[in-house]
Design a protein around this ligand. Structure first.
Ligand SMILES: [Fe+2]
Length: 289
């Protein structure tokens, strides 16, 4: 298992950084944490935003337009699905954002003890608001279930990072990977009565949670384009004490390492894949504010 400290950031590639900053910092009120010029030939510029609970949103922008996202508006498609944020009152935040022209794909509704709404960012990435308390159908780990991650919004912001959702092809395999390789604890299940045999497993580690959707054989894989920048949710990064040692351990555990440890723009990092080919990063050092 990796020397997991916490979830550091979640990465989005955007098509128009000014528009995305207007949305994330102007409308959602996530403070700008830092900006990094990489001096890469492709013009990569990185903006880190504070999205609460100690997690950063990393926005990647390039000189040339990135490739369209491979994400489909269908949760049967494997891979990262949406980012979710706690709010005090879903209906209040929904009304406020809707009044400001934000497009909602699902207006507020109640399920599993929480009140949810779904909306889109300027590139069509799916975001979720939720308030209330998750009511698990089945609890795997009462100790972890009774001590969920906090709901620390940045100052002046109503939202706090809650979870990253992903659809997996093989639930057992995915849960074993995130538990045994990364140290996420399975907390419980949600929505076992939902139509379409949808099953949701919540995993928790430190300041973050993963919402794992599985559908049995009806889920289908995603193509993961290589090489060129692609729009959408790209990876999740975990801060560790020792990147090289962590990667050696993951490699020995049979994990596919996609980029060996390296120094990049003042930090030390490495990339690897989960069983569905989602990109994950381990990193030491935080971006300087
Ligand atoms: Fe969610």
């Amino acid at each position: 298992m990796i020397g997991f400290k916490h979830t550091q950031h979640i990465t989005l590639t955007v098509s128009n950084i000014e528009r995305s900053l207007a949305f994330y910092t102007g409308l959602l009120k996530f403070p700008l944490h830092s900006r990094l010029e990489t001096h890469n030939p492709d013009g990569l510029v990185i903006h880190f935003l504070d999205i609460g609970n100690g997690v950063l949103l990393e926005l990647l922008s390039f000189d040339a337009a990135p490739e369209p996202t491979e994400w489909l508006p269908d949760d049967l498609q494997a891979g990262f699905r949406h980012l979710a944020f706690w709010v005090a009152d879903t209906d209040v935040t929904h009304r406020d954002l809707k009044d400001k022209g934000v497009e909602f794909t699902l207006d507020p509704f109640s399920t599993d003890g929480v009140r949810l709404a779904f909306f889109k960012d300027p590139d069509g990435n799916l975001l979720e608001l939720l308030s209330g308390q998750l009511a698990y159908k089945e609890i795997y780990n009462p100790r972890v279930a009774s001590s969920p991650p906090g709901r620390q919004s940045p100052a002046g912001c109503a939202l706090a990072f809650c979870h990253l959702a992903l659809t997996v092809l093989d639930r057992q395999q995915a849960v074993a990977f995130y538990r045994d390789q990364l140290g996420f604890e399975p907390v419980g299940t949600l929505g076992v009565d939902h139509p379409g045999k949808m099953h949701i497993t919540f995993l928790q580690a430190g300041n973050a949670a993963l919402e794992v959707f599985s559908y049995g054989p009806t889920a289908y894989p995603r193509q993961h384009p290589q090489g060129k920048p692609v729009l959408g949710i790209r990876h999740i990064a975990f801060e560790v004490n020792d990147v090289a040692k962590t990667i050696t351990g993951l490699e020995q555990g049979g994990v596919h390492i996609t980029r060996p440890p390296r120094f990049f723009a003042g930090i030390y990092n490495s990339f690897f894949e989960d069983p569905d080919g989602n990109s994950l990063e381990v990193i030491s050092g935080r971006p300087v504010a």
